[in-house]
Design a protein around this ligand. Structure first.
Ligand code: CA
Length: 616
């Protein structure tokens, strides 16, 4: 009996130390980024290798193309990070990484360096952005609705469930988006969200290097971007650095104790104001940046340099891999601002033509301006963001058309918002909108009043900034946010086979929907040709008697926009008051009606907008 025990012990020892078995123990399950590019402007990058006990090995690279500068072991032995320096930046190549113990190689992988072809074009006030929630727009491929290994089954009857929309569905309707006059597409996040529920919106990423199979594959996303480019549409990718989904593979096998901040019970205070507030307490700032957004979204600790670099490289990878034109960064004020600045700087270093848009969901102009690069109010802080989301203007437009004129109400709300533009570096870089995937639908905000709706749309497309339209706002989609996000993210009618209505076509839309669609389409397509609106300056005159007049102008051209917010009365506006800007112009052409107008005196009906090209 004793002999058998000794024999068994010896056998176990021999088996345990056998090179073959150890090699099996060190299987590599992930290498990220999936590849890199030899000719990036920076010649250094970092590779994450994930595998059983990989951190206990010694990585070795024998290559003339690259050198291994250093490796980083973590608390969890299943992770190792390798700092690589690229020596030959002229050619694509591949190199072998061996993971050794003594003289034995326990695992190895081959890593590819390609040659990059930067194509990012960025966006500007010349563009009109169309925002699509891919799950809710169109189901172009029903076969990918519930693939194997995906936790949440598609269920179109559940407002908070996965409905099956995908990239193919968006691609099938690019003509529709172009017809409306959009020039850029912003998709809510398309990376994997393999969560047990609420997996449709995209903001709970479970794999930063993989598109959600229900949207499409990495390859089909890349092809989608190419197709958009061929059709003259730019693509803006939605990214999230503040958090991931709780089903993310790193959450299941934590790299280190400090990879995420605190715990699910410590929630953010959601007050982005504390970042710029000179009187803010450290505890409020800590709660803002280290508190979790929701309990199912672990909060990344970007003060850990490995976390920071992992996220930054991820965005560089998608820019180069997919050829996107811009990034819309979710929850911009929630991660540490210094990290966000590093991210912005590194992206712009690699892609000087790129545009970074930060979601700055802040109530006041000064807080918003703080996050725009070059703002006079940001002090020493430079976010490197060109563009921020203009929530102050959103709040003004949401209520302005519902209100009578008071000292600060009605059209004065618009006026006062613009009067604070001196706080921005360039308010013309602000992304402006009437609604989005988190807000009441605009048609609902204005009480489903088509006249107020038209005022809003006409205003959005002629004021300063980069207009963004949320899908189906052009067909009067209603929706209250407080009833649940499913109510503001309904399926586009006609996006699914068998839908009763197909609002993608003129004949499929109702009379009212066509009125709205045609109205937006006319102004949006005219806008593309209008230098004063897309590139010019703005001059406005104090609202009077429920009317507001502003001009968009260049040296040689001018567009006059008149809003009458009165509920029952038309207005006749004598234009002598605007002499300083109208001097030299003798006639006007109104865009919406397509008619000439007498510009010495403007007659405007109740609750309406006029957009007048001034002629010499
Ligand atoms: Ca589908």
């Amino acid at each position: 009996m004793k002999k058998i025990t000794v024999f068994l012990s010896l056998l176990i020892f021999l088996l345990a130390t056998s090179p073959t078995l150890l090699a099996q123990k060190t299987n590599i399950s992930r290498v990220e980024p999936l590849n890199w590019w030899a000719n990036m402007n920076s010649d250094e990058f970092q590779i994450l290798v994930y595998g059983n006990n990989i951190g206990l090995t010694k990585p070795v690279i024998n290559s003339k193309k690259v050198s291994l500068l250093r490796s980083h072991q973590l608390e969890n032995p299943n992770y190792i990070f390798l700092d690589i320096k690229i020596i030959d930046r002229e050619v694509a190549s591949s190199f072998k990484i061996e993971f050794k113990k003594g003289s034995k190689t326990l695992a190895q992988t081959t890593y590819n360096l390609e040659l990059r072809k930067p194509q990012a074009r960025g966006f500007s006030s010349k563009d009109l952005i169309y925002l699509v929630m891919p799950d809710r727009f169109s189901n172009g491929d029903p076969s990918n609705d519930t693939p194997a290994g995906i936790l949440e089954k598609a269920d179109r009857n559940n407002p908070n469930g996965k409905h099956g929309g995908d990239l193919k569905g968006v691609e099938n309707h690019l003509d529709y988006i172009k017809e409306l006059g959009a020039t850029a597409l912003w998709l809510n996040p398309i990376l994997e969200n393999n969560m047990p529920d609420y997996s449709y919106h995209g903001y709970s990423i479970t794999d930063f290097y993989k598109t959600d199979p229900r949207s499409g594959t990495n390859k089909s996303y890349k092809k989608f971007v190419q197709t958009c480019h061929k059709q003259g549409l730019k693509v803006i990718q939605d990214m999230i650095f503040n958090h991931c989904g709780s089903a993310h593979w790193m959450v299941k096998d934590l790299p280190s104790k400090d990879w995420f901040n605190s715990n699910p019970d410590f929630r953010s205070n959601f007050r982005g104001s504390v970042i710029a507030d000179p009187h803010a307490s450290k505890s409020d700032q800590k709660q803002m940046t280290e508190g979790w957004f929701v309990a199912t979204m672990p909060d990344f600790n970007q003060r850990n340099p490995l976390v920071a670099n992992y996220l930054i490289q991820n965005s560089l990878w998608w820019i180069e891999y997919a050829g996107i034109d811009a990034i819309r960064m979710d929850t911009q004020p929630y991660p540490f601002k210094e990290f966000m600045a590093d991210w912005g700087e590194r992206v712009m270093f690699e892609y000087p033509n790129f545009t970074l848009l930060g979601e700055t969901w802040l109530q006041k102009t000064a807080f918003t301006a703080y996050f725009q690069s070059g703002s006079p109010v940001s002090g020493d802080y430079d976010s490197h963001l060109q563009s921020t989301t203009d929530f102050p203007l959103y709040y003004a437009t949401k209520s302005a058309f519902n209100e009578d004129e008071g000292w600060t109400s009605g059209l004065l709300k618009l006026y006062y918002t613009f009067a604070e533009d001196f706080l921005y570096n360039d308010a013309n870089n602000n992304v402006i909108f009437l609604d989005n995937h988190d807000l009441d639908r605009f048609y609902t905000s204005v009480g489903e009043d088509i006249n107020k709706y038209k005022m809003g749309v006409g205003f959005l497309l002629t004021t300063r900034g980069i207009p963004m339209v949320y899908y189906a706002t052009e067909i009067l989609m209603p929706g209250h946010e407080h009833k649940g996000h499913g109510h503001i993210r309904k399926d586009f009618p006609g996006g699914w086979a068998g839908d009763k209505q197909n609002a993608f076509t003129k004949s499929g839309r109702t009379k009212a929907q066509n009125e709205a669609f045609d109205f937006m389409k006319k102004i949006a397509n005219w806008r593309k040709t209008s230098k004063p609106v897309t590139e010019g300056k703005m001059m406005h005159f104090l609202p009077e008697n429920n009317t507001y007049v502003y001009f968009r102008y260049t040296k040689n051209e001018s567009v006059m926009v008149v809003l009458n917010n009165h509920n029952t009365d038309s207005r006749t506006i004598k234009t002598d008051r605007f002499n300083e800007i109208m001097k030299g112009y003798s006639a006007g052409f109104e865009i919406i009606s397509g008619k000439k107008v007498d510009i010495s005196e403007i007659k405007i009906p109740k609750k309406s907008i006029m957009i007048i090209e001034l002629k010499k």
